[in-house]
Design a protein around this ligand. Sequence first.
Ligand code: C5P
Ligand code: MG
Length: 160
Amino acid sequence: MSEIRTGLGWDVHRIAAGRPMILGGVTIPCEFGLDGHSDADVLAHAVTDAILGAAALGDIGMHFPDSDPRWKGSDSLVFLRHAHDLAKQRGYRIVNVDATIILESPKLKDYRQAIRERLAATLGLEIERVSVKFKTAEKVGPVGEGRSAESQAIVTLERR
Ligand code: C5P
Ligand code: MG
């Protein structure tokens, strides 16, 4: 009998001029980007927390405090890989990842394949196990007004 566990992740970053927009390790061409201590990859942060959550290993800030100068401008795929390594060390493998990015603009659907490929490669998964979806916030609230971007993720782990 295998053990199945699910984990939930959520993150938000402010939109800012003069910053890159990096989502799942993919740079999106855009006049604005996401503000943060690291590279502010809101999708990578949500997926990282979902992995940590499924394995009950705390959260991203516990492993990578944003007060630590080592993580300033950091590639967030490093956090994702580390969370995955911790889960693997405990005998877990990822069954699937499903995520949503909520961003008013730009449109992201043309980058879906690139983002899925990057996440899958980072986690050593077949692309079919990685799903990324996009939504606007219908012009309502901070996301809808173009002031922030959010991401939600759910990850299923299996341990035999
Ligand atoms: O938010 P809404 O339901 O209007 O989004 C419709 C579709 O537009 C989504 O299913 C998604 O395919 C696409 N979309 C996108 N990039 C965004 C927001 C939505 O490609 N930033
Ligand atoms: Mg974050």
